[in-house]
Every structure is written in structure tokens, then in C-alpha cells.
Write a protein that binds this ligand. Sequence first.
Ligand SMILES: CC(C)(COP(=O)(O)OP(=O)(O)OC[C@H]1O[C@@H](n2cnc3c(N)ncnc32)[C@H](O)[C@@H]1OP(=O)(O)O)[C@@H](O)C(=O)NCCC(=O)NCCS
Length: 174
Amino acid sequence: MKLDIRPETAAEIPAIYELHELAFGQDNESRLINKLRDSEHFIPELSVVAYAGEYLVGHILLTRLPLQGNDGQTYETLALAPMAVTPALHQMGIGGQLIRHALKTAADMGFESVIVLGHPEYYPRFGFAPASKFGIRTAYEVPDAAFMAIELAPGALAGKSGEVVYPNEFEAVA
Ligand SMILES: CC(C)(COP(=O)(O)OP(=O)(O)OC[C@H]1O[C@@H](n2cnc3c(N)ncnc32)[C@H](O)[C@@H]1OP(=O)(O)O)[C@@H](O)C(=O)NCCC(=O)NCCS
């Protein structure tokens, strides 16, 4: 499907809220987005919308995520969360286009890696692997296969094993 994919604008904030509410069947993720948008973790270029013609059909958000290295240093990675596609248009590759676009934008901006907590059947096709492969942990109790990471540059996570610390805003969906 031909899509127009670009950063969100302020006028789209209510439509993004409604899109996630529809896709998830609850508003936890929508509220998370609004909280993250008001936080220091937000990166305007990495809140990305997809349009099919005049219709908003998808949205993905990447935000700053601190990584406390086992070596005592704090590194920065990105959290992919949440993403949603209009339910009537699932399985048409919109989610895939959004992910690839967001990962490329993040790489172009100089970000080195992305973490996602999500469907283990979905994200590996984009290059995500269990974060445990890089020695990266989270305090959240989640299945190993659902907590994934991708390097945006080869070897970017080498020597950066440790724990990602999800900002308090994520408690809204916990
Ligand atoms: C996940 C989501 C964004 C995918 O969007 P999409 O445009 O349908 O994705 P694509 O067309 O690129 O890919 C479709 C694939 O996603 C997989 N997928 C979708 N939902 C899934 C789920 N809940 N669990 C596992 N895989 C899922 C489909 O099985 C399909 O795989 P296939 O190609 O092997 O059949 C969309 O289903 C959605 O909005 N879901 C509700 C919100 C959500 O779960 N967001 C992700 C949170 S981690």
C-alpha cells in the first residue's frame, strides 16, 4: 500500500489517541503516548504517522530509554512503544512500513539501538532479537522472547549489557 509516512503534527494528537484506543481496545497506550509526549524522553521526529490518502492508518513511537550498563555507565537506547495500525487494515504491511521507516529515521539521527517489549512472532522479521542476547535486562517480568533489541549500527550494543529503566510514564500501561 502506498503510504505517506512522516513525523506527527500537533493537530494529529487526538486522532493518534483514538487510533491506539481502537487498536488496543483500551486507552492505556493512548494515555502513555500523551504522557511521553510531555516528557524529556520524547523525540518529535520519532513519533511517526502513516497516511493512506487522507486517512491516518498507523502510528509508531520511539522514545529515549536509559540503559544502566553493568560497567556503571549510563547509555541511551530507544523504546519502541506503542505502535498501532487501524484494525480494518491489519496484515497489509502498514506496521512493517512504519517500523522500517522509524528505525531508519532513528539510525539517521545517530541512535544506535532500539528495545521493544512485544509480540515475539512479529518483531524478529525486522531484525529484533531477544535482548538477553546482548545481556540486556528489564525489571518488568516478561517472557525472554518478548523483550527484544536491535542494533541500528553493527556492534552498537557490544559492551553495553545492563538494565533498561523504563520511565515512570510506562506505569500507566503496566
Ligand atoms: C501489531 C500491529 C501494529 C501490526 O500491524 P500490521 O499493519 O497488521 O502489520 P503487518 O501487516 O506489517 O504484519 C502483519 C503481521 O503481524 C502479525 N501480528 C499482528 N498482531 C499480532 C499479535 N498480536 N501477535 C503476533 N503477531 C501479530 C500478524 O500475524 C502478521 O504476521 P504474518 O505476516 O506472518 O501473517 C497491528 O496488528 C496492531 O495495531 N495491533 C494492535 C496493537 C498492538 O498489538 N500493537 C503492538 C504492541 S507490541
